[in-house]
Design a protein around this ligand. Structure first.
Ligand SMILES: Nc1ncnc2c1ncn2[C@@H]1O[C@H](COP(=O)(O)OP(=O)(O)OP(=O)(O)O)[C@@H](O)[C@H]1O
Ligand SMILES: [Mg+2]
Length: 455
């Protein structure tokens, strides 16, 4: 059972917190003594500390500093009373995770503790992943990604096995291709990549096969093609589905004979190359439409690796968010601690049509644009929170036989919407007013009327 240390000089608060913490199946340990608290952090495995800033004679800030000295990774949530909010902000700078104001509600404690522990856990996983990355530069812990890691390790060993990687755009096909090369016995040799969709047929052909001098009008010198360049290593043929049918025939021959001939040349050159191909197109459909050769398809598909879209492995989302947040907040010198519960919920629900690339771009943009501590829904692009289901509203538009009281029903709708907007913006009045398109004064009046406020 995870232990949570409570440090407060008021017995009543300690008991209250102990009760709340126990409800979530954590084991509370509490003390009023700062010295004892620091000793406990040093001696025991404590997952989290709830620390009162006003500890009679000692300053909570000093206690926090001392705790972080004995355990630099200790997770601390500050509890502040009246007039100590400034010190709480100071505490965040020293490394506290968050603070909560007195008087607090039990729900607020449940929530903040859960979020803090989850964040801590993600940080540990990301750290571990980047420490023993073992050549696979990919983050995720979904069963499907675990299986892909396994497939990568397996196929990497067979150095000549051809691999076909499929998956929507932005799912990480290029990373998989690189990982296969990096983990293979060929890792010291070259990894050559070419996007088959980016060049017209004849240019792609000379890129891949090279040409002799004088092979065509512009061929003033001999050119070595990519297959030769990749000799001993791997070649990554990206967007293979875009390859022209006549070039497909030539590629098939390369796969069968492991020989190439430069354009305008008259001898075959043996090559020793592992071929890794990728596509985000539906090759099966292309087969049916005769846009992709069946024989080539089977030749390439010796070892298929399919990467599911992000929306089918949502378990990876929190980890990817944390990974990119750490990366970009360091890069842009920001001290963003994490995502609020609401922001995380919205992102877990979003369907991510651009997959990991889109997620990465969202986090990067937030890190460039924002200076917040905790990312709120308001910082997310519109499409992400535009998608939350509207259907959960508890009223209906039916008019029963006895009729309705129009003002009441309209009021209920209004309350729902104001509440929702207020939650989405993390309780920011100005932003709520903006997304509801009402003057701030009107919004304040409504917040009061419906007893919604962030106090
Ligand atoms: N599991 C992952 N962990 C970390 N980064 C990832 C992961 N998956 C994808 N990325 C990142 O997402 C971006 C897109 O990945 P990548 O280029 O490999 O996708 P792709 O499938 O090749 O897309 P496309 O079909 O558009 O070429 C890259 O910045 C990549 O580093
Ligand atoms: Mg790619």
């Amino acid at each position: 059972m995870e232990k949570i240390l409570i440090v407060d000089d008021e017995a009543f608060i300690r008991e209250n917190l102990e009760r709340i913490i126990s409800e979530d199946n954590y084991r509370p340990i509490s003390t009023e003594s700062p010295e004892e608290a620091i000793q406990i952090v040093a001696d025991e495995e404590v997952s989290l500390v709830l620390l009162d800033l006003n500890l009679g004679s000692s300053s909570g800030l000093d206690v926090l500093r001392a705790m972080r000295e004995v355990d630099p990774e200790i997770l601390v949530i500050i509890i502040t009373g009246y007039g100590t909010v400034e010190s709480a902000v100071e505490a965040l700078k020293i490394g506290a995770y968050d603070y909560i104001k007195k008087p607090f509600k039990a729900d607020a404690i449940h929530l903040i503790v859960k979020l803090a522990l989850e964040t801590q856990n993600l940080r540990r996983i990301v750290k571990r992943l980047s420490r023993d990355a073992d050549g696979i530069n990919m983050v995720g812990n979904s069963p499907s990604l675990m299986q892909i890691f396994q497939q990568i390790r397996e196929v990497a060993k067979h150095e000549m096995a051809t691999v076909l990687i499929t998956g929507e755009s932005g799912t990480g096909k290029e990373l998989v291709a690189q990982a296969i090369h990096n983990l293979s016995p060929r890792s010291e040799q070259s990894f050559v990549e070419i996007n088959c969709g980016s060049l017209p047929f004849n240019l792609l052909e000379t890129e891949l096969f090279g040409h002799e001098r004088g092979a065509f009008t512009d061929a003033k010198n001999r050119k070595i093609g990519l297959f030769e360049e990749a000799d001993g290593g791997s070649i990554f043929l990206d967007e293979i589905g875009e390859m022209d049918l006549s070039l497909q025939v030539k590629l098939l021959r390369v796969l069968e004979d492991l020989k190439i001939r430069r354009l305008g040349g008259n001898r075959n050159i043996e090559i020793n190359v592992r071929i890794i191909a990728a596509t985000n197109a539906d090759l099966k459909a292309a087969l049916e439409h005769k846009e992709f050769r069946e024989d080539l398809y089977y030749r390439l598909n010796v070892f298929p690796i399919h990467i599911p879209p992000l929306r089918e492995r949502r378990e990876d989302i929190p980890l990817l968010l944390e990974y990119f947040l750490q990366r970009f907040s360091t890069e842009f010198n920001k001290s963003i601690r994490g995502f609020s519960r609401d922001a995380l919920d919205l992102m877990l629900r979003y369907h991510w049509p651009g997959n990991v690339r889109e997620l990465r771009n969202v986090v990067e943009r937030i890190c460039i644009m924002s200076n917040v501590e905790l990312i709120q829904p308001a910082q997310l692009p519109r499409e992400i929170w535009g998608e939350s289901p509207q259907s959960e509203m508890p009223f209906s538009y039916e008019i029963p036989p006895e009729g309705i009281v129009l003002d009441d029903v309209v009021g209920q709708v209004e309350k729902e919407l104001v509440e929702k907007a207020f939650r989405i913006t993390g309780g920011n009045v100005a932003k709520t007013a903006r997304i509801l398109n009402v003057p701030r004064g009107t919004l304040r009046y409504k917040l009061e009327k419906y007893q919604l406020s962030n106090g």
